[in-house]
Design a protein around this ligand. Structure first.
Ligand SMILES: NC(=O)C1=CN([C@@H]2O[C@H](COP(=O)(O)OP(=O)(O)OC[C@H]3O[C@@H](n4cnc5c(N)ncnc54)[C@H](O)[C@@H]3O)[C@@H](O)[C@H]2O)[C@H](O)CC1
Ligand SMILES: [K+]
Length: 475
């Protein structure tokens, strides 16, 4: 699992380090060396200017400068302000024997590569515009820990940070590396091991992770199982039946045993393996095996709203999307009892108009308020559980911004839930699978492609699945 630590949590870890036998100066030495090593690995020797701030981030910059200079690179340091001589960054500055210049635009323009070591975790107020101008003038900018001016906890911009080509952070990435708009300033993100003792890291119990397959486990069918063991998903279909069909196709690829489209009027064009039922919901709900339902895509706002209430009353496991969310505009209490909601920012704002703040905080607050997992979609989708756990997804390509993509995501999540995957894990896995499927399709993606791309992605996650189930070679 890949936890994400806020700057405040990172500070607690840093403070615990000396008590675990790891002085700050050694961590700083390791951090600066890691920065120099990564720069040498990814760039050819060139003129380097280090913009160094007053805190430990600046200290990392001085040490990176020393290691690059020792490797023969022409390096100059431009201190933005000076540090206390007795502090670890002050000592790192004192150990710098190379050229030091005033931070001005000419110096920046003369450099081929600029290291942003101005502020990291300690950013406490907006960046001075004069510093922004320097960072903005860099030909190639490499940020230490986080681009100066990006709030590591939220990804908000405090002032105008530069656009880094790469960012080298330590111990664990921070939420601000994955959340917009901060994410767009980080470039390629590297996380370096600086020898932080595990006892110091253990001071923090993570509740936020990068959404990777280490966070969840995809259900696999049992050898002796039958289709009912893999669950029965019912998807409500309405006037825009294509949305429900897209969701159904994706859900079936996740491995559900049976799938019904419940529709008031016959549907044409659905795959033959999909069951179409035109009887009233009450009849379908009489079958207790119909536990999991997807409500919303293409349904119509009024129908979705009343169907949602019926399903909640019947204590079903519900994924609410699209029209079911719009039906709850300004009335989040109508969602209490659902398992997962999958709003984009517009739908979220309609349901929770009074919630403000960063994306992570809003998703967590909403999840706690309605007692359901919230999948707040976007390039930086946040998955938040009512108990405070959250994940940030970072594998979604921009090609996913296409009609029917959201219906497909809702279908994938509902499909995993149908197979009894725990709710937070099913939502997180669904978001990741959706992104991975889109990536595997490449350019020209249409929503119909996503379901067909799922088997290869699933096989890559469960490598023993095929060999375990392939008949023995008898020749
Ligand atoms: N995570 C680790 O294990 C390690 C991280 N290291 C690096 O240390 C920094 C965090 O260091 P810290 O000294 O706490 O903060 P900063 O360097 O960001 O600067 C704090 C300093 O700056 C002043 N300040 C803040 N914002 C502004 C502003 N907008 N304008 C002017 N001045 C500002 C603030 O008052 C303080 O004086 C982390 O990012 C890593 O790079 C260590 O090397 C050890 C290991
Ligand atoms: K920085």
């Amino acid at each position: 699992m890949e936890p994400l630590f806020t700057p405040a949590e990172m500070t607690l870890i840093d403070r615990a380090a000396p008590g675990c036998g790891m002085p700050v100066a050694t961590l700083m030495e390791n951090a600066g060396r890691a920065v120099a090593r990564l720069i040498r690995r990814h760039h050819h020797p060139c003129r380097v200017l280090v913009l160094a701030g007053p805190g430990n981030n600046g200290g990392d910059g001085y040490i990176a400068a020393r290691h690059l200079a020792a490797a023969g690179w022409p390096v100059t340091v431009a201190p933005i302000t000076h540090s206390h001589p007795a502090s670890p960054p002050g000592q790192a500055a004192a150990a710098w024997r190379g050229p030091t210049v005033a931070p001005d635009l000419d110096q920046v323009r003369r450099a081929d590569l600029v290291i942003d070591a101005v502020f990291g975790a300690g950013l406490s107020r907006p960046l001075d515009p004069a510093v922004s101008r320097l960072l903005d003038a860099a030909k190639t900018l490499i940020a230490i820990d986080i681009p100066s001016g990006v709030d590591g906890a939220t990804g908000a911009l405090r002032g105008e940070p530069g656009h880094a080509a790469r960012t080298i952070t330590f111990v664990a990435p921070k939420p601000g590396h994955l959340l917009l708009p901060g994410k767009s300033r980080c470039g390629i993100i590297h996380c370096a091991d600086i020898g932080m003792p595990s006892e110091a890291i253990a001071h923090i119990t993570p509740s936020l992770w990068r959404n990777t397959p280490a966070l969840w486990r995809i259900p696999t069918p049992d050898h002796a199982g039958h289709k009912y063991d893999r669950g029965h998903l019912t998807i409500l279909a309405g006037p825009m039946s294509g949305a429900a069909i897209l969701a159904a196709n994706a859900a079936r690829r996740t491995g559900v045993g049976l799938l019904t489209l419940a529709t008031p009027t016959p549907i044409h064009g659905a795959a033959p393996g999909i069951m179409i039922r035109t009887d009233p919901m009450a009849g379908l709900l009489a079958d207790s095996r119909r536990m999991t339902w997807l409500c919303g895509p293409g349904l119509g706002i009024e129908t979705a709203g009343s169907a949602l209430a019926t399903l909640i009353e019947a204590q079903r496991r519900i994924v609410a999307d699209a029209d079911a969310l719009t039906a709850c505009a300004n009335q989040p209490e109508r969602l209490a009892g659902v398992a997962v909601i999958t709003p984009h920012e517009g739908e979220f704002a309609r349901i929770f108009p009074s919630l403000s703040g960063d994306k992570l905080a809003r998703a967590r607050t909403a999840a706690a308020r309605i007692g359901a997992v919230v999948v707040l979609k976007g390039e930086d989708t946040v998955i938040a559980a009512p108990d405070g756990r959250a994940a940030i997804n970072d594998n979604a390509p921009p090609s996913l911004a296409t009609a029917g993509s959201g219906d497909t995501l809702a279908g994938i999540i509902a499909g995993l839930l149908t197979q009894n995957m725990p709710t937070f894990e099913a939502a997180a896995a669904g978001v990741w699978l959706h992104g991975a499927a889109a990536r595997s399709c490449g350019p020209g993606l249409i929503a119909e492609d996503l379901a067909d791309a799922l088997p290869a992605i699933l096989a890559s996650l469960v490598p023993t699945y095929h060999s375990k189930h392939r008949p023995k070679n008898t020749t």
